[in-house]
Design a protein around this ligand. Structure first.
Ligand SMILES: Cc1cc2nc3c(=O)[nH]c(=O)nc-3n(C[C@H](O)[C@H](O)[C@H](O)COP(=O)(O)OP(=O)(O)OC[C@H]3O[C@@H](n4cnc5c(N)ncnc54)[C@H](O)[C@@H]3O)c2cc1C
Ligand SMILES: NC(=O)c1ccc[n+]([C@@H]2O[C@H](COP(=O)([O-])OP(=O)(O)OC[C@H]3O[C@@H](n4cnc5c(N)ncnc54)[C@H](OP(=O)(O)O)[C@@H]3O)[C@@H](O)[C@H]2O)c1
Length: 284
């Protein structure tokens, strides 16, 4: 796992937000702005503050632009601005193919807020803005992730929708290099993207959603055969609903192919987890 600190940005502090608005109200010189900031900082204004600030993920800079009469001494301003958090990225390469290099697979995060403002993720946008030809120094550090490197003899079922494909790039590439000199156990890789042999699902290319679980169900016999050969399951990606939904898909597949009840299939999967053969790394 590689941790990276983006440079040169300001983002708003979420907690304690009321305190920050109280501080800004103190330095506001226009009466209507002072009143509005005081309202946001009050218990009555809490819901409106949530809608205005947290839900919109406003930065300190954006709030100050909305309240231009706030003239704050620098030493107060720096107290409002939170320290930047580092971001984790899965290592997406293998030293077998790229010695002395670390590759990342990064999706530029973007979304539209309830007030229809376009927002972009701080670090992913900054990374995408870098010139690959230019050498720069970025503070990074390494940290052992939750996905152990599988031995070449272990059959693998990899499920990596969206950015979840990042760690599995490295796994697949490593096996490809190793396969030139030794025998490698089979690997099934289920991937999914917004837009369009591994099994790729494209969630938005047709009216109805097609997720990795659909591709897994289509390959249920192959999955079951690989599990019977002792395969390990690796899941990576968004922590919202995906890991739970993928687990349900495995339950259904095991139940269908083995003829066992769903409860027995669920118990079987739990025993895989206990035997360190079901690994999940998820993020939001
Ligand atoms: C263990 C681990 C491994 C990771 N590996 C990778 C990887 O390999 N590749 C990769 O691209 N990322 C990976 N991530 C995610 C990465 O660390 C960052 O969180 C991601 O790149 C976004 O950072 P950012 O600074 O661009 O966005 P930020 O400025 O931090 O904004 C992200 C935040 O915006 C909000 N947000 C985002 N989308 C929406 C939406 N649609 N609606 C509402 N709010 C939203 C969420 O609150 C989210 O937390 C990993 C995270 C962890 C913990
Ligand atoms: N906090 C939030 O509200 C929020 C929202 C979105 C993204 N994020 C960002 O999400 C990043 C991870 O991005 P990501 O692109 O890997 O994940 P993602 O945005 O959740 O989507 C990746 C792929 O998985 C699909 N998907 C959605 N729900 C699924 C499910 N239950 N089962 C299987 N597949 C499913 C998506 O399809 P569809 O999108 O077409 O349904 C898409 O094709 C985080 O870093 C975070 O910044 C956060």
């Amino acid at each position: 796992m590689l941790h990276l600190l983006p440079q040169g940005a300001i983002s708003s502090r979420q907690d304690p937000v009321c305190f920050n608005f109280k501080v800004m109200s103190f330095f506001a010189t226009a009466e209507h702005e002072k009143e509005r900031l005081q309202y946001f900082a009050s218990p009555e204004g809490r819901d409106d503050l949530y809608q205005y600030n947290q839900k919109e993920r406003r930065t300190v800079l954006e709030v100050l632009e909305d309240f231009p009469s706030v003239k704050m001494p620098f030493e107060w301003l720096v107290q409002l601005v939170p320290p930047l958090k580092n971001r984790a990225f899965s290592i997406s390469s293998t030293p077998l193919a790229h010695p002395n290099q670390v590759h990342l697979t990064v999706d530029v995060v973007s979304w539209t807020t309830p007030f229809k403002r376009k927002r972009r993720g701080l670090c992913s946008t900054w990374l995408a803005s870098l010139d690959p030809e230019q050498r720069i120094h970025i503070p990074v550090w390494f940290h052992k992730g939750l996905l152990p490197i599988p031995p070449t003899s272990l059959p693998l079922i990899l499920v990596g929708p969206g950015t979840g494909c990042a760690p599995f790039h490295g796994f697949v590439k490593e096996r490809a290099v190793q396969s030139q000199s030794s025998t490698i156990a089979p690997t099934l890789f289920f991937f999914e993207a917004k837009g369009g042999a591994f099994y790729a699902a494209f969630s938005r290319d047709q009216p109805q959603k097609v997720y990795v679980q659909h591709k897994m169900r289509e390959q249920s016999e192959r999955i079951w055969n690989l599990l019977c050969e002792g395969a390990a399951i690796y899941v990576a990606g968004s922590s919202r609903k995906m890991p739970a939904d993928v687990m349900v898909a495995f339950e259904e597949i095991i139940s269908k192919e083995s003829g066992a009840l769903r409860e027995s299939a669920a118990r079987w999967l739990r025993s895989l987890e206990k035997a360190s053969k079901y690994h999940v790394e998820a993020w939001s």
